[in-house]
Design a protein around this ligand. Sequence first.
Ligand SMILES: [Zn+2]
Length: 284
Amino acid sequence: MKFIDAHAHLTHKAKGIDRIVESGVFEQIWLMDLSGIGRLGDVLFATREELLETVRRYDGFFLAFGFLDPDHDTPETIDRLRDSGFVGLKPYKQLHPYNHEAYYPLYERAQALGMPILFHTGLIAHGTPYDPAHPHAFGPENMRPIHLAGIAEAFPELRIIAGHQGYPFLEEMQHNLYYYRNIRCDVSGYLRSVDALREILDRRAHDGTDRFFNEKMHFATDEFYGIGESNGRALRLAEFWKLYFEFVGGLYYRWGLPEEQEKFFRGNAIALRTEFMKKQGREK
Ligand SMILES: [Zn+2]
């Protein structure tokens, strides 16, 4: 079984991408555009054009979510992102909480176009210190999982992917999965949640569907593809999760059954992808 990495990034002048594609580990990787952020420490992110060029070059292996700046972009920006080839959106480090009403026209447009939004939730890397010339948000406060609940309610057809598990707000994330049909999450990033996952993957949602939490979560790495170290770590993370599902889930829990594992590693992502590609008129 090959995996879908449903949340990752691409670096500027990325190296080793051929090897990742040919590794046999992944059947698809979803790249989140962070060109609007530019860099994180020493890591330079791919430009929008580099990202789209990579998507075109590897014909179907990559999907791209375009960077959305909720403080400056308009609904028309979303149309342009869609037209240029982005299938989803990725906001990050905006100045107000995700559920600020000023952002609602953006969510309305994304919903109308059938574009899912992947929202970072919880712990974030440190940014640069306060500088009045370059205002930006600090800490995870504006990106708490609980802010997604209001958006899910206001836009019931919008597909919301919560990046990561929302640490230190794990309960807020679990509340969202429990109660909102249109919120799902990925397991990438800070793995402080692994202990909790063991039990919550078998929890039944109360969201109007007959689903368990493991049907609302995706495998993902959040790696910066294109840097040797990150490329290697992505492959090791795939191995880690495979072994976790085999030796913990497979022996003691319902979510470790082979058909349940398949949902986590690819099936849930495929179901979502099938839905949004159809809404966007992109299915082959
Ligand atoms: Zn990320």
